[in-house]
Design a protein around this ligand. Structure first.
Ligand code: PLP
Length: 460
């Protein structure tokens, strides 16, 4: 940046400090320190207001910029589409909307319909609303309950928080909506049953069945799960878990809703996280990676069985999904999503994600041999976590401030990493990595080396 730009940037920082309410941040420190402004991005890297370069190991902070920054072809496609037609309500179709739906469904055997919205929270709420409407239409108000899992997150609105398994996020925002019921998490590292491997996975799934039986199967309409839990601590399911979950859903006629807001569109090395586990969902929701943040787009995708239920009785004026999302009619989203998907295909980014994910997993595991503070490395594809523990036997978490010091030190070194699960006993402090799907070995080495240095400084 030249002098003039820096001058302007100072004014922007002042304007930001005076008027912007940042997400997830305590603002008091900004009264003396400066908020961070990200000014530019290219590939895997971003530059802040000081012109400092950072390697972004978290794809825009929250697992979003899957194909990396500065993709002109996405910008051009969006520009062309905006000039042609920027918007018409989703009561009508659009060319990119139809094209992207077809493309997306071709990656999701068994699924058939795409409902366009703007955010992951909204996509999940649409699925919840569909479940509730099915309950009224089909079951006289029974089968209205939605099960969600401890440690999973489904959004920031009150209904999605009602299905939120992270108590630290929910504190101070209740009361929540009725009809949401929690089931236990499945992280073997924080074991709830004295079992291991596949047996553990089956026990964790059976725990869902116990909740269903306790609530009454005729009251339960759906089960909503993340394929790999993201913000709750990068939790990969144990062997045996998903097949048993599917079996239980079928046994009690419970719709299976998979929240792919983070895992969707390549993050784990397949198009969707559930595709690692051979699951057949009824709903799949997705957001972040759909257009890699080049436009706001999210989707609630259903199978034909669900869709059919909404056009059974054309004589009944209430017998359709009476829902709209104004900006679900924006054409920029599907136009960007089409290019995003084309890039993933043309650049073989699923293969790259699987390979680089394995490489990064190995590198982090090697780091665990060196730093006893790393208690557990887990994840899938380029979606990885390293849980920090004060003691490997007790698995007591490290102090939250120490975990934050690791993140801050990496930032100093020019590498942006994340940390999940702060402020919850027993689950604290999982360092979180989700670099773009274009990552190379060099990028990963740079990230891991920064973490190595930071752990050395913070924990000795
Ligand atoms: N579902 C999961 C698994 C998420 O991680 C998030 C956000 O991080 C959401 C849903 C909510 O998405 P949004 O912030 O777009 O509303």
């Amino acid at each position: 940046m030249d002098g003039n730009q820096l001058n302007d940037i100072e004014k922007i920082v002042d304007a930001d400090r005076a008027h912007v309410w940042h997400h997830l941040i305590q603002h008091k420190p900004f009264e003396t320190g400066a908020p961070r402004i990200i000014v530019e991005g290219k590939g895997m890297r971003v530059w802040d207001q000081h012109g400092k370069e950072h390697l972004d190991a978290v794809s825009g902070g929250v697992w979003t910029v899957n194909v990396g920054y500065g993709r002109e072809r996405i910008a051009n496609a969006v520009r062309d589409q905006l000039i042609k037609l920027n918007y018409f309500a989703g009561t009508a179709g659009s060319i990119p909307g139809a094209q992207f739906s077809e493309r997306l469904i071709s990656k999701m055997p068994g699924m058939s319909r795409v409902y366009y919205v703007n955010s992951g929270s909204e996509a999940n709420e649409k699925a919840f609303k569909m479940v509730r409407q099915i309950s009224h239409k089909r079951y006289g108000g029974k089968k209205h309950k939605i099960l969600y899992r401890d440690r999973d997150y489904h959004g920031s609105t009150l209904a999605t928080m009602s299905a939120g398994g992270q108590d630290e996020r929910n504190a101070q925002y209740g009361p929540f909506a009725p009809g949401f019921v929690r089931v236990p998490h499945c992280l073997e590292y924080r074991a709830q049953w004295d079992l291991s491997g596949e047996e553990y996975g089956i026990a964790a799934a059976n725990a869902i069945e116990e909740v269903i039986l306790a609530e009454g199967p005729d009251t339960v309409g759906a089960l909503c799960l993340e394929p790999v839990t993201a913000g709750g601590g990068v939790i990969t399911p144990p062997e045996g878990y998903w097949p048993r979950v599917q079996e239980i859903c079928r046994k009690y006629d419970i719709l299976l809703h998979i929240d792919e807001v983070v895992c969707g569109v390549g993050r784990t090395g397949t198009w969707f996280g559930y595709q690692h586990y051979g699951v057949e969902p009824d709903f799949v929701t997705m957001a972040k990676g759909v257009a890699s943040g080049y436009a706001a787009i999210a989707c609630c995708v259903t199978n034909e069985r669900v869709f059919e239920m909404f056009k059974e009785n054309v004589e009944d004026p209430l017998d359709y999904f009476r829902d709209i999302s104004t900006f679900g009619g924006c054409t920029a989203g599907p136009a960007a999503a089409l290019e995003n998907m084309a890039i993933i295909e043309e650049e073989n980014l699923l293969e790259n994600t699987a390979q680089m994910g394995d490489y990064m997993f190995d590198q982090l595991s090697a780091l665990a041999d060196k730093h006893a503070v790393i208690g557990h490395v887990r994840g899938k594809g380029l979606f990885l976590g390293a849980e920090l523990v004060a003691d490997r036997d007790s698995r007591d978490p490290v102090d939250e401030k120490q975990a934050q010091a690791v993140v801050a030190d990496c930032m100093q070194q020019g590498v942006i990493i994340g940390v999940t699960n702060r402020s919850i006993p027993g689950f604290n402090n999982t360092l979180c990595f989700s670099p773009a799907l274009i990552s190379t070995k060099d990028d990963i080495d740079e990230i891991v080396s920064a973490v190595d240095n930071a752990l050395g400084k913070v924990f000795g």
